[in-house]
Write a protein that binds this ligand. Structure first.
Ligand SMILES: *[C@@H]1O[C@H](CO)[C@@H](O)[C@H](O)[C@H]1NC(C)=O
Length: 470
């Protein structure tokens, strides 16, 4: 076929396809996956805001202009990022982050423990101002406030490390000076002194406010910064005295930085205008006409129900009358609010997807439950059935009435396809079952004794319609 004619045929089709990424390469919003989340967000000294979205979700599309504006306004002060949860490689990660609807916005704030940030759901207005205010509030403050009394002590700390002193009329630390302190954390100590500390003001010959003075480590003489009171020129000035940290500036270098020319033709503010010592209201450029979008989310597959107590597990699945149940026995967590390991999250996501598929098609499926490790009956069940360690997720199917169980054995892969295949095999009565040991069923049923490890075809034939009744 001639290339031309094939183009003619394809052109209308291609035009209909959403060929553009939701956030393009030129967007100020940083695109993340699980790996880059770890290196760029969790390990950062900066506060970040991360949106978990799906490109098809209407509320995400509504949020996009406000979110990109927030990213513009926070440039150099915090990281603004997004994870596309519609991409297969990101799905387990979105599950692990507890994403239950789109968009979900989380603010990630560094804690004292490196790599273990505090993660909060942002529930405020879906406007640039709402987001920017919440993030600015959480920018870590490494700026020491010194007075005439403790100036000497501060100057003597950390030996020859260079020091930057901001003389200001304000009692608050601005986002900009906090961001600079983060850029040079461990490399340059940053402090601020109020104008009323007259001994210090005189000592450094400061005559106007704000003024930034830098004391280069060993060879004493202090230097006055006389440039523009903006982040980039100040950071460039400070670079003469020490190297900034790897993730300095709040955003990693990206093509976005260079393509500002095209951006600024559309919007008058290319870079954020954050004065060194603004009033609180000035900290954040006003979010003029951004329409306030009411927080609302599109549900993704609902999580499977949980059997949290021994009683609920017994009455749902372990009584002599219980029919087939599928259980995900969840691993024990080191700390109460630790996130589940990836395998467990993936197992839950796959089970939820299978349940969801059946619900959509209107076909019945036996009940599927998650059993948290804190449910003591979960531990008993693992021991009785000879399952693996409590550190790993286990999926089992069991029928207390008929006295059999099956274990999902593919511990390497809890993806949708193998989990669904395993469940279908049970639905169709394929594959071997094992006998439930004595004592698992509460008030052991009479039939349990009769069941064998081998499949009884007659039993199966009777069993199949039963699943569709449940
Ligand atoms: C965070 O700050 C520490 C100093 O406390 C520094 O060594 C480290 O490189 C910084 N991390 C990043 C990612 O910049």
């Amino acid at each position: 076929m001639l290339p031309q004619s094939s183009l003619l045929i394809l052109a209308p089709l291609l035009a209909a396809l959403p060929v553009h990424a939701f956030y393009t390469k030129n967007s100020p919003v940083l695109q993340l996956n699980q790996k880059t989340y770890g290196s760029l967000i969790a390990d950062s000294n900066y506060t970040s805001v991360v949106e978990f979205y799906a490109p098809w979700c209407g509320h995400c599309q509504n949020l996009k202009p406000a979110y990109e504006k927030a990213a513009q306004n926070l440039k150099g002060l915090a990281k603004v990022a997004a994870v596309n949860c519609d991409e297969d490689e990101n799905k387990p990660f979105c599950g692990q982050m507890g994403v239950k609807g789109f968009p979900t916005i989380k603010i990630v704030t560094p804690s004292k423990k490196a790599g273990k940030p505090r993660v909060e759901d942002y529930q405020g207005a879906r406007s640039a101002k709402g987001i920017v205010d919440a993030v600015v509030d959480r920018i870590p403050n490494h700026v020491k406030r010194v007075t005439d009394k403790d100036l000497d002590q501060w100057l003597e700390q950390n030996g020859e490390r260079p020091k930057a002193l901001l003389f200001t009329e304000k009692g608050t630390t601005t986002p900009l000076i906090r961001a600079l302190a983060i850029d040079f954390l461990g490399a340059i100590d940053v402090a601020q002194v109020r104008n009323k500390e007259s001994a210090s003001v005189q000592r450094f010959g400061v005559s106007k406010f704000p003024t930034l003075v830098v004391l280069p480590g060993s060879d004493g003489e202090s230097k006055l910064y006389e440039g523009e009171l903006k982040k980039q020129p100040i950071a460039d000035f400070l670079k003469q005295f020490a190297s900034p940290n790897p993730d300095a500036t709040g955003q990693p270098a990206s093509p976005a930085a260079k393509s500002k020319k095209t951006k600024s033709s559309k919007s008058s503010k290319g870079a954020p205008k954050v004065p060194v010592v603004p009033d609180d209201e000035e900290t954040v450029p006003a979010a003029e006409a951004t329409p306030e979008v009411k927080p609302a989310s599109v549900p993704i597959t609902p999580p499977i129900p949980s059997l949290a107590t021994p009683e609920s597990l017994e009455s749902s699945c372990l009584s002599p009358k219980s029919n087939t149940c599928v259980l995900a026995l969840l691993p024990a967590l080191a700390e109460p609010d630790a996130v589940l390991p990836l395998t467990a999250t993936e197992a839950l996501a796959s089970l939820s997807e299978v349940v969801h598929k059946h619900a959509r098609r209107g076909t019945n499926l036996f009940p599927v439950y998650g059993v948290p490790a804190e449910n003591s009956a979960s531990h008993t069940l693992r021991t009785s059935l000879g399952l693996g360690s409590v550190d790993a997720v286990e999926i089992i199917a069991l029928n207390a009435r008929r006295g059999w169980f099956r274990r999902y054995a593919n511990a390497e892969d809890f993806g949708l396809a193998p989990v669904e295949g395993w469940i279908d095999a049970i639905r169709f009565g394929e594959g071997a079952k094992e006998k439930l040991p004595e004592g698992v069923v509460v008030d052991a049923p009479v039939e349990a004794a009769k069941s064998e490890t081998q499949v009884d075809p007659e039993d199966e034939a009777k069993e199949e319609p039963e699943h569709d009744e449940l």
